[in-house]
Design a protein around this ligand. Structure first.
Ligand SMILES: Cc1cc2nc3c(=O)[nH]c(=O)nc-3n(C[C@H](O)[C@H](O)[C@H](O)COP(=O)(O)OP(=O)(O)OC[C@H]3O[C@@H](n4cnc5c(N)ncnc54)[C@H](O)[C@@H]3O)c2cc1C
Length: 535
């Protein structure tokens, strides 16, 4: 059976072009490549696919779908490979890998810029190609994420406040349906509506996305502001004011990170200090940003502000193209160098904040982790919402020993509210998008990462192995997921957590998405299926 499948896959060809096929039963160089290629970003998962097929043409994908029907094998589809639940791979499946389909082109059609983008490209390769032509799309914050899963999941990022989620800019696609037929989607097609935020995989395999691209502003600045000794409650309240729909149009996107801490002995949510980092994306000059910051932070002075030096203005049109991230291993080393390992639980009180300012914005090196998410309800947040959020960020499951061992537990809040959705006029189904959270102020993403490899430890630290803490970090995620939080509802599919029921991701769009899949995906065997797909 496996042999037949592999044999058939190795005979796929179109116009004399064959895709590369990797298996674990070929000659040694192929097996080595297979071992590398079978890894997914979330190292919590390890899969043994029957074969990984690197398609370069839509017709390759088509032929695999036809073979799947004939030989009855399961498929998975992978573009950037950053699915949080590893759903783009699987044991005993054929992985349709699109990472070699990376072409990008931009053309002007009247006043519109049209960008045609293949699914395998990741942001650190895509953005420079777009901005070199003076245009961009609402991309994400992490350079190694793929355009495909990101867009179909909605696509939150630095541009969300002024351009909406990335899926709102999608105006066409080429898709291979369940039976292998190829379809060009355009405005008004139900399937295109579904691809705009209805999640990856469910409706077909996209081999090209068409976006309307916006003209880049003259200046863009990425900045970071840290508070290490102010109550998180105050920081949160301030951040909420800054993202109110009509406030601060130049603040085109932002997220706020609040680190989870061990539960203090005498907790008062309004006073507890958590390390907080405000990441901001600004369209304007440094002088304008500095003047804005002067107003924004007058009442709550930050511990530090990081903005690029003046010469960075010269990098205009390059967008947010610094993707440097720091791994937990580096964090640990830095903490060690600063002798912060001496920090202990007894130091935790409101006057001595945790020394965690070295924790970086994002971690984009592959690592084991678990996340879950919630969305704040429109008009229902207030003090009760803030207190509930901070309640979840103080837990007996968090310990300084775990932090020292490289376990990181925190929340990131991603601003949705801004001029785009404030001015949004629903064009009526099937125009518009399946993204159900247009009126929500922000996302809440709980994250737990435990990615320090054993080699980082010195002998004496060996007892502190990260594995001693990873269960508790995951329990903390479970605690947050099940926390009674009436000021929130729903979950964001791009922050996929398999324990969340699928309908919770799509809310009022869910039933329509099911009907669209049944009526248009031509997939009676439901091959376009993983745990969190629509059916
Ligand atoms: C470090 C990190 C940072 C992130 N930052 C952000 C962020 O700033 N904003 C945000 O919104 N999200 C973010 N995400 C979430 C990310 O957008 C989703 O995980 C997204 O699904 C990843 O897309 P991908 O193509 O890289 O992943 P993949 O694993 O390749 O695919 C994800 C899903 O889409 C399906 N799929 C992939 N390609 C296709 C295709 N061509 N046709 C049909 N189905 C397909 C897969 O089968 C899978 O179900 C981040 C994730 C990580 C790990």
């Amino acid at each position: 059976m496996k042999e037949n499948t592999i044999n058939a896959l190795k005979h796929i060809s179109y116009n004399g072009i064959a895709p590369e096929v990797l298996t674990d039963c070929g000659p040694l160089p192929e097996r080595d490549l297979y071992e590398q290629a079978s890894k997914v970003f979330n190292r919590k998962f390890q899969f043994r696919p029957t074969a990984i097929v690197f398609c370069t043409l839509t017709e390759h994908v088509q032929q695999i779908m036809e073979l799947a029907d004939k030989l009855n094998f399961k498929i998975r589809v992978r573009s950037g490979g950053h699915d949080h639940e590893g759903e783009s791979s699987g044991t005993n499946t054929v992985v349709i890998d699109l990472s070699k389909m990376v072409s990008v082109s931009v053309e002007k059609q009247g006043a519109q810029n049209i960008a045609r983008i293949q699914p395998g490209i990741v942001f650190q390769e895509l953005i420079p190609q777009l901005t070199a032509q003076g245009v961009c799309i609402p991309h994400g914050t992490c350079g190694s994420v793929g355009i495909a899963g990101y867009t179909m999941g909605g696509g939150w990022g630095p541009w969300t406040r002024i351009h909406g989620m990335c899926c709102e800019s999608l105006i066409g696609a080429t898709i291979v349906l369940g039976n292998g037929s190829i379809k060009q989607l355009k405005e008004g097609d139900e399937l295109l509506w579904a691809l705009r935020g209805g999640g990856g995989m469910s409706y077909g395999i996209v081999t090209e996305f068409v976006f309307k691209a916006f003209n880049m502003p003259q200046n863009t600045i990425k900045f970071q502001v840290d508070w290490n000794s102010s109550p998180a409650y105050e920081v949160l309240k301030l951040w909420e004011t800054l993202i109110a729909p009509y406030n601060n149009v130049a603040l085109i996107g932002t997220n706020l990170k609040i680190v989870a801490i061990p539960r203090p002995k005498d907790g008062n949510f309004r006073e507890t200090v958590h390390p907080c980092t405000f990441y901001g994306y600004y369209a304007g000059k440094q002088s304008e940003l500095k003047a804005d910051m002067h107003k924004w932070f007058a009442e709550l002075p930050p511990s530090s502000i990081t903005i690029p030096d003046d010469s960075a203005d010269a990098t205009q049109m390059k967008a947010f193209d610094t993707w440097d991230r720091i791994s937990a291993k580096q964090i640990l080393l830095r903490m060690t160098n600063r002798n912060n390992l001496a920090v202990n639980l007894s130091e935790l009180n409101n006057s001595t904040p945790l020394q965690l300012q070295v924790i970086p914005p994002d971690i984009d090196a592959p690592a084991p982790y678990k996340i879950t998410s919630k969305l704040v309800k429109h008009g229902e947040w207030g003090d009760a919402g803030r207190e509930n959020l901070l309640h979840t960020l103080e837990s007996d499951l968090i310990s300084l020993d775990a932090i020292k061992a490289g376990v990181q537990c925190y929340v990131t809040l991603g601003a949705i509210s801004g001029s785009y959705y404030q001015n949004y006029k629903d064009p009526g189904f099937p125009k518009g998008s399946a993204f159900p959270y247009k009126k929500r102020p922000f996302t809440i993403q709980y994250q737990a990462w435990w990615d320090v490899p054993a080699t980082t430890y010195t002998e004496s630290d060996a007892a502190d192995n990260v594995n001693n803490y990873s269960n508790r970090a995951q329990d903390w995620i479970e605690e947050c997921r099940s926390f009674n939080f009436p000021q929130t509802s729903g979950s964001f599919i791009s922050f996929k957590d398999n324990a969340v029921p699928t309908s919770n991701y799509f809310m009022e769009s869910y039933n329509k998405l099911k009907t669209i899949k049944e009526d248009f995906s031509k997939d009676p065997q439901n091959r376009l299926s993983t745990r969190k797909t629509i059916i």
